[in-house]
Design a protein around this ligand. Structure first.
Ligand SMILES: *[C@@H]1O[C@H](CO)[C@@H](O)[C@H](O)[C@H]1NC(C)=O
Ligand SMILES: *[C@@H]1O[C@H](CO)[C@@H](O)[C@H](O)[C@H]1NC(C)=O
Ligand SMILES: *[C@@H]1O[C@H](CO)[C@@H](O)[C@H](O)[C@H]1NC(C)=O
Length: 982
């Protein structure tokens, strides 16, 4: 009896689940003093980012004043790293915060989805297996970055950081007195030495409650490495071995009793908690450094979302009638590129997806402005006549290719042929939080028949056909702009506004049906360059009133408050807010549907994620996929960005269609993070509205309160979909099964649609039935085949959307995978020093007049993929390289470095084609010992690299067999853990 069996299992789990979290706490500290995985990751990321910025500044001869210490905040790093035109110009840290959040989430997910897989936590002495996941993950991250798949890279990076961090809590590395990280854990070619053998006892029983000396003295004397055993179902462990410890670890109840984990201050070895945290931060930094060297500084900062500008992203219908539209995109692109090239406003990347019928794509995704210009210029409108076009397929590709929270612009004059993708596209909009603006040309209303004079003015789309586009615009916080072909070039200035730096949404509403309404909004002192955009038909009028009581109406195109223009259905109102902070009002008079969006530039904003959290549990949040349950509780994790002192005073979920507004209760978690809970949220489509206080906004006369709104709608559903896969990395040529569960309290048959953005072959049931008595659940399996030959680093997004019979209720799960071939080249390039010549004088005064030289050979071996790049990491001299063939037929790169004695250390990195990093470090010979005085050099790109020198004959420790990834019997628990864990 499956049900009965599950019930028994569930009972066991209810008791046991809290103990499943046996890591550093994943997100926020439950006890308020322990340090979590999230804290550890953030510290390492901020430190490494600051170091990269410092080195870039030094290389460019700029000052860098930030003191790199443990108290860095996102804001201080963002400020110090940004090249700003003026000191008070707005800076956005939203993308940086979002990228970190992605890493925090996938880091935490290891605890929620793989709680009992020892190799993901360095439990059970699973050192080889844990190291293998880390190093394979590192290869995947490097391949992802190369392919521009940053989101997938962040996901892998978060996961392997978790494993690496757990090592310092779960092993006896700290107890062995180590003060630096164990570098072999991130190097597949180094031996793992001094592991306690399987039969070697490592612990003795603890006497009493507190116990910190239970590791056997001979283990410590011999420096043997061990880790704690952990199991919640069985007390079995090999004789004499240490346990993890804690209430639910059954192995710690049998001899030897007690545990050694350092997860929290109150853990068995909690007195070592801080030491474990410090090492975990250092180890994570070292991991990041390795990736940085492999991918280069620029890509590394992109990986961390560290960019000031957004992507420029166009999805363009290339049918014959689109000539005017394409011309206006060409000139707009040329203008943006020419004006912004080399400035901080230059788009972070360029994305283009053409579509037509039956073709769409391929996606062009590049940081090369000239390449992009060429791609746009080579778009030739062709074919057509037979409406409709593949606009949804094109948009789907853009949504999965663009960075999260991008502004995507879609140009078309035809309805969508592939409208069945609407729910998949909506799912992607909701998960990526990207905004989609539709540019629809030559719409005819039903009264005005399509004209048929010249080809260019033929209308191919009716007002009713645009509903899909308007729905998607609204779901994403974008707009559906309808203009004539003649007007489009004057309307696209909107795209320049929205791609400016640090654009935030202050207020937004969609009124359907339209009726006259007054809207109030707060202009705070941090806002500049404010715009109001209104879409609506030609009968719409408005009246704007400022905080000081000045007003201006829509018939005044230029007045005291604004200059307003109207093109097609779009009003663009540029506000003059000087000396008029406070509450403004706009009264809109219209009886047809309309939208209002108010934006400005400001550093202060917020980012949020839907999470699952248990009432009262301080740290118990886990990332949530898909839509929240209708009439259930909704929890948001909100982070105020751009202010170290900003607080949240009010958060509401607002649905304009009813209208209804649900108030959240706010709990501060520290460092600008807030947990906001909404009880019993009725069915609807909501936007998140936030009010806060920013005491740091120094302004003479103004209140410090601010108002912001999130663009993406949150919809509720009575269905839920959860999906799980054994791994987030898939091999080329593999068939992967992904199981998913649909839950619904109402029985019925539910249609299932699965979709992936790479058009990989997949098989899935087209529907699932839940009968009364099925416990409200049904399971399905999707087989996703990754074609052989798919390049490593490719990412693939799989969307599973499920609808009820009448299509009124939809929920979905989106999974992102990266394709990673099993690398055969796991060895880093090896350095062999050939010669060091020249002797440096003892007196610093004389350093400039004496040269020293260093010669070494780097090789990736006969079986390696070969050296791709050689870079000087440290040293101010000149580096030359040449290639020769070695004795065994392998390619050898000879590096010759010469420098004045004012710079006496050299470090050179060699990166092979799959991203393995080898280092060579050398010191000049000095005339006297002790060592030379501090070199008086201008600051060069100096990096405190902790990666050890490469030794010759790197030991290849590749173990056989794949990852033991699947603890499938526990995977289904993911969904319930958060409910039960505290
Ligand atoms: C616009 O609004 C202001 C303030 O609410 C009001 O005083 C003014 O009369 C309005 N103007 C028009 C033309 O309705
Ligand atoms: C705003 O206030 C400042 C200082 O009081 C003043 O110098 C400036 O002229 C004012 N600007 C406007 C548009 O009134
Ligand atoms: C929602 O929250 C309320 C109070 O905060 C709590 O009593 C209730 O059990 C929660 N409901 C669910 C389904 O978690």
């Amino acid at each position: 009896m499956a049900v009965k069996h599950s019930l028994i299992l569930l009972t066991v789990l209810v008791l046991a689940l809290p103990g499943l979290i046996h890591s550093f706490q994943p997100t926020f500290s439950v006890d308020g003093t322990s340090i979590t995985h999230r804290d550890i990751t953030q510290r390492a990321v901020l430190r490494k980012t600051a170091e990269v910025c410092r080195d870039i500044a030094a290389a460019e001869g700029r000052d860098f004043s930030l003191n790199i210490n443990a108290r860095l905040s996102v804001n201080t790093v963002q400020r110090a790293c940004s090249v700003t035109p003026t000191s008070n110009s707005p800076l956005s840290s939203d993308m940086f915060q979002n990228a970190m959040n992605r890493m925090f989430d996938s880091n935490a997910k290891v605890d929620f989805s793989l709680p009992l897989a020892g190799e993901y936590h360095f439990d059970n002495e699973a050192f080889q297996a844990g190291r293998e996941i880390i190093t394979r993950g590192m290869s995947a991250v490097k391949a992802n970055v190369k392919a521009g798949s940053f989101i997938a890279a962040r996901e892998s990076l978060g996961q392997i950081s978790h494993i690496l961090q757990d090592f310092y809590s779960h092993s006896n590395w700290v107890e062995l007195g180590k003060s630096i990280p164990y570098s072999a854990l991130i190097r597949a070619d180094q031996p793992l030495e001094n592991l306690a053998g399987p039969d070697t006892p490592t612990c003795k029983s603890c006497a009493g409650q507190t116990c910190s000396d239970n590791i056997l003295p001979e283990v410590l004397q011999k420096g043997l490495l061990t880790s704690g055993y952990f199991d919640i179902f069985s007390s079995d462990k090999p004789a004499g071995k240490c346990s993890h410890g804690g209430l639910f670890d059954l192995t710690s109840k049998t001899n030897p009793v007690g545990g050694i984990n350092k997860d929290a201050v109150e853990s068995g070895h909690g007195s070592y908690h801080q030491a474990a945290v410090d090492l975990a931060v250092d180890a994570t930094s070292e991991l990041l450094e390795d990736i940085r060297v492999a991918v280069g500084d620029k890509n590394f900062l992109r990986l961390l979302g560290f960019t000031q500008s957004s992507a420029l992203c166009f999805v363009i219908d290339t049918t014959g009638s689109m000539g005017d539209d394409i011309e206006s995109v060409k000139s707009l692109t040329a203008k943006i590129i020419d004006e912004r090239r080399g400035t901080p406003l230059e788009p972070s990347e360029y994305i283009l997806v053409p579509f037509n019928d039956p073709d769409f794509g391929p996606v062009t995704k590049t940081t090369d402005a000239d390449l992009f210009k060429n791609m746009i210029n080579s778009l030739i409108p062709h074919g057509g006549g037979d409406i409709p076009e593949m606009s949804m397929s094109g948009l789907q590709l853009a949504l999965t290719s663009a960075p999260a929270s991008s502004d995507i612009h879609l140009f078309t004059d035809a309805p969508a042929k592939d409208s069945e993708l609407k729910s998949a596209v909506t799912a992607l909009i909701e998960t990526t939080k990207s905004t989609v603006t539709f540019w629809i040309t030559n719409v005819f209303s039903s009264r005005r028949r399509r004209s048929s004079d010249s080809q260019a003015s033929v209308s191919r789309i009716s007002l009713s056909d645009t509903q899909l586009y308007r729905d998607l615009a609204q779901a994403s916080g974008g707009q559906a702009i309808e203009v004539s072909k003649l007007e489009i070039s004057s309307a696209t200035i909107f795209i320049e506004d929205s791609s400016a730096r640090a654009v935030v949404t202050v207020f937004q509403v969609a009124m359907n049906p339209g009726k006259p309404e007054n809207f109030h909004f707060v202009v705070d002192a941090s806002l500049s360059n404010m715009f109001i955009y209104i879409t609506g038909d030609s009968s719409l009028t408005f009246n704007l009133t400022s905080s000081t009581g000045v007003s201006q109406i829509s018939s005044e195109s230029s007045g005291p408050l604004a200059s307003a223009t109207r093109v097609g259905n779009l009003w663009r109102i540029s506000l003059n807010t000087e000396n008029q902070t406070g509450s403004w009002k706009i009264s809109v008079n219209a009886n047809t549907p309309y939208t209002v969006k108010i934006t400005g530039q400001s550093s202060v904003n917020f980012v949020y994620n839907l999470v699952d959290s248990e009432e009262g549990a301080h740290g118990g949040v886990s990332p949530k996929n898909g839509r929240p349950i209708t009439d259930g509780n909704v929890t948001l994790l909100v982070t105020v960005t751009g202010s170290d002192t900003g607080t949240v005073t009010e958060v509401t979920l607002f649905d304009s269609s009813v209208p209804t507004e649900v108030n959240g209760t706010i709990q501060s978690l520290g460092n600008g993070n807030f947990l906001v809970r909404f009880n019993k949220v009725p069915g609807g489509s909501y936007v998140v509205r936030l009010r806060g206080e920013d005491p740091s906004s120094l302004s003479r006369s103004t209140p410090t309160s601010f108002q912001r709104q999130a663009s993406t709608q949150i919809k509720t559903s009575r269905l839920s979909v959860s999906a799980r896969s054994a791994s987030i990395r898939l091999e080329p040529g593999s068939e992967n099964s992904i199981s998913f569960t649909v839950s619904s309290e109402v029985p019925g048959t539910f249609s299932v649609q699965t979709n992936n953005d790479r058009s990989f072959p997949s098989m899935s049931p087209s529907s699932l039935s839940i009968a009364a008595g099925d416990g409200g659940q049904a399971n399905g399996t999707i087989i996703l085949t990754v074609p052989a030959g798919t390049a490593s680093g490719t990412d693939v997004s799989l969307t599973i959307d499920v609808k009820n019979a009448d299509g009124t209720d939809i929920n979905y799960a989106v999974l992102r995978f990266s394709v990673a071939a099993k690398e055969t080249d796991l060895s880093a390039p090896v350095c062999q020093v050939v010669n060091v010549s020249g002797i440096c004088p003892a007196l610093t005064l004389l350093c400039a007049s004496v040269q020293w030289e260093f010669i070494a050979n780097f090789t990736d071996g006969i079986n390696g993929t070969g050296i791709a790049t050689i870079t000087l990491r440290q040293g101010n001299g000149t580096l030359n390289t040449s290639t020769v063939v070695g004795e065994g037929g392998e390619n050898v790169t000879v590096i010759t470095y010469s420098s004045s004695c004012c710079s006496q250390t050299v470090q050179v990195a060699a990166v092979d084609r799959v991203g393995n990093v080898g280092m060579c470090t050398e010191q000049a010979r000095a005339l006297t010992t002790p060592a030379p005085t501090t070199p008086v050099t201008s600051p060069g790109p100096t990096t405190p690299v902790t990666t050890p020198n490469v030794t010759t004959g790197g030991n290849n420790t590749t173990s056989t067999g794949g990852h033991r990834l699947s603890t499938s019997q526990f995977l289904w628990l993911t969904a319930v853990i958060y409910l039960l864990w505290k």
